[in-house]
Design a protein around this ligand. Structure first.
Ligand code: FES
Length: 82
C-alpha cells in the first residue's frame, strides 16, 4: 500500500492510512503468490468482507509487508477501484 500511495498508483486510496479500517487498499493477489504471503492478522477478513467483490485471493495491501521474499509479487485492483 505504501509503495502504491508514494508512487501515485491509481486504485489504492488507503483512506485509513493502513489502519485496517477502510478496505480501499483491497487487491487480488495472483494465485501463485497468495500462499507465499504471511497469513492474515485478526480482523483482515472482517474488513475484506466490506470490500468490493472480495475473492479467495483478496488481501488488504496495507497488511502486506514488502520483503525480498515477495520480490515480483503481482496483484490486481478490483475494477471498481481502478
Ligand atoms: S489502508 Fe485502510 S484498510 Fe488498508
Amino acid at each position: 500500500m505504501e509503495g502504491a500511495v508514494q508512487n501515485d498508483i491509481p486504485g489504492i486510496d488507503a483512506d485509513c492510512g493502513g489502519g485496517m479500517a477502510c478496505a480501499t487498499c483491497h487487491v487480488y493477489v495472483k494465485e501463485d503468490w497468495f500462499n507465499k504471503l504471511p497469513k492474515k492478522e485478526d480482523g483482515e477478513d472482517d474488513m475484506l468482507d466490506m470490500a468490493f467483490e472480495p475473492k479467495t485471493n483478496s488481501r488488504l495491501s496495507c497488511q502486506i509487508i514488502v520483503s525480498d521474499e515477495i520480490d515480483g509479487l503481482e496483484v490486481n485492483i478490483p475494477s471498481k477501484q481502478a
